[in-house]
Ligand binder design. Sequence first.
Ligand code: PRP
Length: 178
Amino acid sequence: MKNDIKDIIFPEDVIQKRIAELGAELNKDYADKSLLIIGVLKGCFIFLADLARVIDLECEIRFLTASSYGFSSASSGKVNMDREIDFDVEGRDVLIIEDILDSGITLTALRAFIAKHKPASLKICTLLDKPERRQLPMTADYTGFECPNEFVVGYGLDYGEKYRNLPYVASLKPEVYS
Ligand code: PRP
């Protein structure tokens, strides 16, 4: 697996330090609130697990599934998403947790879907943001890192369902995905 890696872009210790900072920001911004965290599966699972443990607030953690990449390194443009929410959103302070904001297609669909359920507030936290790749206008309220415009894997992010378990974010050698 490691032979497929080109460069480590965000090492483990750098990610953990940034997560501590994001946690502190969330603890301040949501002090005295009860947070409904919605993780977007599958890519969010490691980021959410680490972030949740530095959030010192009463919170409920739920998940929705959304995907548009399949086994490709580019978005299909079509989001396959859960069509039902089996928990209460109305009147709640909702924070969506994503691993990466790229074209913006996934979060545009997901945010609109959650907004229909009338949350009191709705914000987005993403570990990585690739603003250069945006196809739809979308900004996150909390961002871990701006990511260079390279195909990245690790720390939850996959290529063809592999590499999610790497403890860092890395670029892949182009021959792996071309
Ligand atoms: C990835 C990632 C985001 C989305 C971001 O999901 O987890 O949900 O793509 O890309 P976008 O801004 O271009 O829409 P993916 O489809 O790879 O599914 P996964 O989370 O199961 O890996």
